[in-house]
Ligand binder design. Structure first.
Ligand code: SF4
Ligand code: SF4
Length: 261
């Protein structure tokens, strides 16, 4: 049965940027690539954008070929997970003897391991307060013969910051859902969420190329920015979903709009 890395989370020690931990993952370790089997790998919006571009696919093709979607029991929101392959539930991007074939675009969770990031928001303070826990997978030999890192060094080494930045915007959306007290979304609302957060090429087509009034109401500079930069488009898509579903309006006019898209 696929396991959740959180099951091995060591919450006895809360780590911040200057905290140190010891870890080393190299191809010589006996466990090499074992962690790429039988995992429940939830993909965040930015993971999907990076992977589909790395593979030269559009988001719709990528989602269909490599992922499964379900509505989260607790959140009531669509959750995208990577479809594992074969009887041993291998990650589709793992090539035996070679390792990760999408290394430069690997998901944020693969980069962050053996750490797990917790992001705390409060109404009193702007932004996000983050801290980390260590995840001690029992079969992982990375904690033996290891190298010392600070959390900050690990984040830099693994290129985690852009993922955290985008995940925090997604987190704002999840928080807006909680604060709205809306428990269940309709099928149409689930589609809006899915498109704005996960299927970015469909969002582009619908919002930037389709006949939607919302685009005409938006600042032309914003439209130019999101047309040229896909990461900006994804940020916009997530905020568009937040406003539309949980704050009762469209992003451009800030009030209730009855447009499609
Ligand atoms: S050391 Fe841990 S993270 Fe590295 S390959 Fe082995 S199980 Fe995976
Ligand atoms: S994306 Fe790469 S690192 Fe992550 S589970 Fe798959 S093969 Fe392993």
């Amino acid at each position: 049965m696929s396991h959740e890395p959180e099951a091995y989370l060591d919450d006895s020690q809360m780590l911040t940027d200057e905290s140190t931990f010891c870890f080393s993952c190299t191809p010589e370790k006996k466990c090499f690539t074992r962690c790429c089997y039988d995992i429940n790998l939830v993909l965040m919006p930015y993971d999907i954008l990076m992977l589909k571009n790395h593979l030269g696919m559009n988001s719709g093709e990528f989602l269909k070929k490599y992922t499964s979607v379900h509505v989260g029991f607790g959140s009531g929101l669509p959750v995208v997970t990577l479809k594992m392959e074969g009887p041993y539930l291998k990650c589709p991007f793992l090539e035996e003897g070679k390792g990760c074939t999408v290394y430069d675009a690997r998901p944020g969770a693969c980069r962050t391991y053996p750490l797990a990031r917790m992001a705390k928001r409060s109404k009193e303070k702007e932004g996000v307060e983050e801290f980390y826990y260590i995840v001690r997978e029992p079969d992982c030999k990375g904690f033996k013969d290891c190298k010392e890192w600070t959390v900050k060094e690990w984040k830099e080494n693994e290129g985690i910051e852009p993922y955290n930045e985008m995940n925090d915007i997604f987190g704002e959306l999840l928080q807006a859902k909680t604060e709205s007290n809306i428990e269940h979304l309709t099928a149409d609302q689930i589609e809006i969420f899915y498109m704005g957060c996960y299927d970015i090429d469909s969002f582009r087509q619908s919002f930037l190329e389709g006949p939607t009034l919302e685009r005409y109401m938006e600042d032309p500079e914003v439209i130019e920015r999101i047309s040229k930069d896909e990461k900006e488009l994804l940020k916009y898509g997530m905020r568009w979903v937040k406003k539309k579903l949980f704050e009762g309006g469209c992003l451009a006019c800030g009030s209730a709009c009855s447009t499609n898209g």
